[in-house]
Design a protein around this ligand. Sequence first.
Ligand code: IPE
Ligand code: IPE
Ligand code: MG
Length: 251
Amino acid sequence: MQNSQTLNESLPKHIAVIMDGNGRWAKSRGKPRVFGHKRGVAAVRKTITTAARLHIKAITLFAFSSENWRRPEEEVGLLMELFITVLTSEVKKLHKNNLRLRVIGDKSRFNDRLQQKIAEAEELTSENTGMVINIAANYGGKWDITQAVQKVASRVASGDITPQDIEEQTIAQYLTMSDLDDVDLLIRTSGECRISNFMLWQMAYAEMYFTEEHWPEFNEDSLVKAIAWFMNRERRFGCTGEQIKALMEEN
Ligand code: IPE
Ligand code: IPE
Ligand code: MG
């Protein structure tokens, strides 16, 4: 039997989630896709609460990819509205729980109202010391690396560094989330086994967990199961979902 300190140390520090399958989940119930997106919000809440109780350091949720603009205009519009509604209704609660919220991605393409809401939420929670929640919105892993390289290139152009000075760290420092540990565990729901241009650099060594569950069905038990799988993959010891749940009670 492992003691809780060993268990705590073996938890993933940074979890990333590709929240997939909202549309299929809704369709299988004879409902429009947007119904699935709305239900997906409850799964986000459960995931955040569970991760925070386990004192996970950071969680990054893929909410909207740079490719998702290709979806029908109506769906994109509704996703943006949902994003604003959720930001407005949930931020105070996150703040009260000492959680820090950040939105990563190219925010310049969002409308003014959404950009304003994002800035307010980030500002309100910026001093909090608990778990960091990154919402990846209009995010793409290739975009992230490209914007970092642009910054490095400016330094070369200004003569501050030479091309030979460029090391991995030179680029890594300009990536989004450079202040956080790299991703330890990636979870993708709904059976698809691909990265879909999510964090590329930061997931270089992530363990990848794929589950058939659709995102609206994802709950506390699903996350606990994924974390137990991760800890057993790491071969540190055979730990069970029960032990992780006990840890949640202790923490
Ligand atoms: C994930 O669910 C949510 C977003 C990408 C915004 P999908 O909308 O991709 O649902 P499926 O994959 O079509 O079922
Ligand atoms: C990835 O899901 C993006 C998000 C979960 C926000 P998609 O459903 O958009 O990915 P693809 O297009 O099937 O790869
Ligand atoms: Mg999908």
